[in-house]
Design a protein around this ligand. Structure first.
Ligand SMILES: Cc1cc2nc3c(=O)[nH]c(=O)nc-3n(C[C@H](O)[C@H](O)[C@H](O)COP(=O)(O)OP(=O)(O)OC[C@H]3O[C@@H](n4cnc5c(N)ncnc54)[C@H](O)[C@@H]3O)c2cc1C
Length: 384
């Protein structure tokens, strides 16, 4: 396999890197509020910048007015964007509306009500799977959707839902057969957030600034036509976008790590202790070298998975592997950069402390490391 980026992707990467360095990094400590919201003046500025770079709706298929860029191009974009904390790590929308892949699978009448308004920026969506008693193991979810004539009645509670406070509808996972659980018992619904019985009951404060919500569903009546796909097929749809989501995690993780390695290396050359720059100490060099090698390994894994995904191969296991490896690697690299900088890394003068908090969170969300290992173990035990 040849992992040299083709000319057009190298150009894309270089242009985006220049923009990030010139326009984003200098303002990165000012552009995002304490609650990880982009300030309106920066949202406007960055959105214009992305349009000028030709990156507006880069991940939306061409037939829907987007650029329809491939998986590898997206990985390059995600990595470059992650080099700065100028945009929120979750939920930034500076390259256009965030369109959940599932919306492209809706029948035409549902596309009219959900997909097209999202593409026009008129509606926003969130995704609800996690519950107070079911996170890593969504098959055990207690939110039920019980058929009642032409409708379903939905009851239960979803927790930690990103973007729920500003969402017009939720892509909701609910149990239509609790006995079957993840083996055909979970279905996916589109539910309007203003439907009678839907209530946001809590908004959490997190160490990253994200404010995910808890949502209660009390006898919410949803027409059967709002179910996506057949009953019991909810996980099938979830898997469709979770794979690319894991590559997104990995690419982000690599971008963050690369920035921190640069910061740590430069700082180690300047900072003198006991008469010598830190960069002359073997213990510091080894931290830099470990980071360099691990970033390289993660990038190769990412490019391999992206290439295979683009070729239509089954990359589920590759996605677990690279998500787990890159998220763990990235946290270690940020942590080393923090150690090398000493006290200044703990201040908000540098981006390191925010990256540290973010990367710590990614070892838990969207598939904790242990859960990734659990599914990779199945592959290993079957293959050897
Ligand atoms: C900021 C934020 C945003 C989020 N956004 C969303 C969202 O938009 N939509 C949504 O549905 N969810 C969202 N989540 C939920 C997130 O995906 C879950 O928190 C995550 O999946 C872990 O679930 P849990 O918190 O219930 O932990 P649990 O499932 O209770 O797991 C706790 C810990 O146990 C360990 N563990 C679990 N299973 C195993 C195992 N089999 N073997 C060994 N160890 C194990 C892991 O270390 C794990 O961290 C968000 C969470 C946060 C914090």
């Amino acid at each position: 396999m040849d992992f040299t980026l083709p000319e057009e992707l190298r150009m894309l990467r270089d242009n985006l890197r220049r923009y990030v360095e010139k326009e984003m990094i200098p303002v990165e400590r000012d552009s995002v509020t304490d609650e990880e919201e982009l300030k309106p003046e920066y949202r406007e500025k960055f959105q214009k910048g992305m349009r000028d770079l030709g990156l507006w709706m880069y991940d939306v298929p061409e037939e829907h007015g987007g650029q329809g860029l491939g998986v590898m191009a997206r990985c390059v974009i995600w990595e470059e964007m992650a080099r700065t904390i100028a945009v929120p790590a979750r939920h930034s929308e500076i390259t256009g509306p965030s369109v959940r892949a599932i919306l492209y699978d809706l029948p035409e009448d549902m596309k009219q009500r959900y997909l097209y308004p999202v593409l026009r920026g008129e509606k926003h969506a969130c995704f609800g799977q996690t519950e107070p008693d079911a996170g890593s193991d969504p098959g055990g979810m207690r939110t039920t959707a019980v058929r009642d004539g032409d409708d379903y009645l939905i009851n239960g509670t979803k927790r930690f839902i990103t973007g729920a406070a500003s969402a017009d509808f939720i892509q909701l996972m609910a149990a239509t057969d609790r006995a079957k659980g993840s083996r055909g018992g979970i279905s996916c619904f589109i539910v309007d957030m203003d439907a009678p019985g839907v209530k946001i009951t809590a908004r959490f404060k997190t160490m990253m600034g994200d404010r995910p919500c808890e949502i209660h569903f009390d006898n919410v009546r949803v027409p059967a036509g709002q179910r996506v796909g057949a009953e019991g097929e909810g996980f099938k749809f979830g898997q469709k976008w979770l794979g690319i989501g894991r590559l997104h995690h990995a690419a982000r993780a690599i971008g963050v790590a690369e920035r921190c390695l640069g910061l740590a290396t430069n700082y180690s050359k300047q900072r003198v202790t006991f008469g010598q720059p830190l960069s002359q100490r073997q213990s510091i060099q080894w931290m830099l070298v470990d980071s360099f090698v691990e970033i390289k390994a993660a990038r190769l894994m990412l490019y391999e998975a992206a290439t295979k995904m683009e070729a239509g191969e089954d990359v589920r296991n590759d996605c677990y592997v690279v998500k787990m490896y890159a998220d763990e690697m990235s946290f270690q690299v940020v942590d080393r950069a923090m150690q090398i900088h000493g006290g200044i890394a703990l201040t908000t003068d540098l981006p390191i402390e925010r990256m540290w908090r973010q990367q710590r969170s990614y070892r838990i969300t969207e598939g904790a490391t242990e859960v990734m290992k659990m599914v990779i173990a199945r592959h290993v035990l079957k293959s050897y």
